[in-house]
Design a protein around this ligand. Structure first.
Ligand code: FCB
Length: 432
């Protein structure tokens, strides 16, 4: 199954038709977004979704992964906002009419600001509010959705947002990050329980971002640092979800950084999964550092994307191997993979051959992983179109489709055409 992915805050716009989210507040805070921009308009997808669905139909994808904006579909009193839901009903109808399977993610980082005002993910109650939201929205949209994911990349919602200050709400405190992570994981478990009841026939799961963690040198110290990084970045999320336990690193944390885990929480978090979504972008290289669990280092001379992320296709094989070595797994979907490149529109065309190469290399790696036994059922390119890249604003372009943010004009890139012809060849072959 091949698809493309997006997320609500990054493309939707129509901010005036919903409640504010933590990302609106973050964008309003000077210095938080690199290019000083705001996600309020983004790709104006709420008005232009028909055109965007037509682009996907023309591309020939089997599936579309998008996220639902919690502040668009819920009122602050926990009641459903039916007007906000109407947008998703129309979008889902458009997808289903075109035979495109809908992969809906419930939380891709745009927490309603009213919940942040009550403590956000530091407040255990937010996990229960997530369950309430999941219940309400899955009842209304459930029949039209092929697959539900509870969370997108809880690592980012916890670490980037509460420890590194790079994402909303922008705190810099590791103890906070660990507590937020626990409440996020709890919300996943509570959400899965509801999805199993409301949508028993859907493919229900979670999306994690995973990366191989390599040591910067063969020294014992660096290898131990890479091992800690792996536990902190991969195991901290995959472990609880798939086995009901945090990695051993939890015993090495200072007491004030150990999250408050209540009785029964780990059982709640570890629910049977219909699928595991894996987002893969790059590897990490780590060394030991004073006063930190680990420190990441840039390896000179490696090919990089416009994000400065190393292009490392073999990492996809390594991540899938690591998962199958450690866990009993449900079927896997690669729910995001892609690259920001310095795209230029020239004479109405965008020649992004470096992105085509990126996809070719990663799909070849995926083929190797599958040949080695990985049960991967689908692959989603990030992203359908250029969009609001979080703290980088509009300065980074990941799309198969180029977006002119002045005019909202969409222009398909060469990578779109390459993806389209790959899908067409596949369809022609399977017709034989
Ligand atoms: C992932 C996010 C997605 C996008 C890509 C580039 O971590 O899930 O929203 O920003 O990175």
């Amino acid at each position: 199954m091949f698809g493309v992915a997006t997320s609500s805050f990054q493309i939707e716009g129509a901010a005036e038709q919903r409640l504010p989210s933590i990302w609106d507040t973050f964008c309003d805070t000077p210095g938080r977004i690199e290019d000083g921009s705001h996600g309020a308009t983004a790709c104006d997808h709420v008005s232009r979704y028909r055109q965007d669905v037509a682009l996907m139909a023309d591309l020939g994808v089997d599936a579309y992964r998008f996220s639902i904006s919690w502040p668009r579909v819920m009122h602050a009193d926990g009641k459903l906002n039916t007007k906000g839901c109407d947008f998703y009903l129309r979008l889902l109808d458009g997808l289903n009419e075109n035979g495109i399977r809908a992969f809906a993610t419930l939380y891709h980082w745009d927490l309603p600001q009213y919940l942040e005002d009550r403590g956000g993910w530091l407040n255990r109650d937010t996990a229960y509010r997530f369950q309430e939201y999941t219940d309400a929205v899955s009842r209304v949209l459930g029949e039209r959705v092929f697959s539900w994911a509870t969370l997108n990349e809880p690592l980012c919602s916890a670490q980037l947002a509460y420890e590194l200050g790079m994402h909303a709400p922008g705190f810099t405190d590791r103890a906070m990050a660990k507590q937020a992570a626990h409440h996020l994981l709890l919300s996943h478990g509570l959400g899965m329980q509801v999805l199993r009841q409301n949508c028993p026939n859907a493919l229900n799961g979670i999306v994690l971002n995973l990366s191989p963690c390599h040591a910067a040198s063969e020294s014992h110290e660096d290898r131990a640092a890479a091992f800690r990084a792996d536990q902190d970045l991969n195991g901290w999320y995959a472990g609880p979800v798939l086995t009901g336990a945090y990695p051993d690193l939890i015993d090495q944390l200072p007491a004030h950084e150990v999250p408050d885990v209540q009785e029964g929480d780990m059982e709640t978090i570890c629910q049977p999964l219909g699928f595991l979504g894996v987002n893969y972008y790059s590897r990490g290289v780590f060394r030991a550092a004073q006063g930190a669990l680990y420190e990441d280092v840039a390896v000179p001379g490696k090919p990089l994307t416009d994000m400065g992320w190393e292009i490392y296709p073999e990492g996809l094989v390594e991540v899938l191997e690591m998962l199958s070595d450690r866990y009993d797994l449900p079927p896997i979907y690669i729910t995001e993979n892609g690259a920001a490149m310095t795209d230029r529109i020239e004479g109405g065309a965008v020649e992004d051959s470096s992105r085509i190469r990126f996809f070719e290399q990663h799909l070849a790696a995926l083929e190797r992983a599958i040949a080695a036994g990985a049960d991967v059922r689908g692959y989603f390119a990030w992203s359908l179109m250029d969009n609001f890249e979080w703290s980088y604003g509009y300065s980074k372009r990941f799309g198969l489709v180029y977006v002119d943010y002045e005019t909202q004009e969409r222009t398909v890139k060469s990578s779109y055409k390459a993806f389209q012809s790959m899908l067409k060849t596949r369809n022609d072959r399977s017709a034989c």
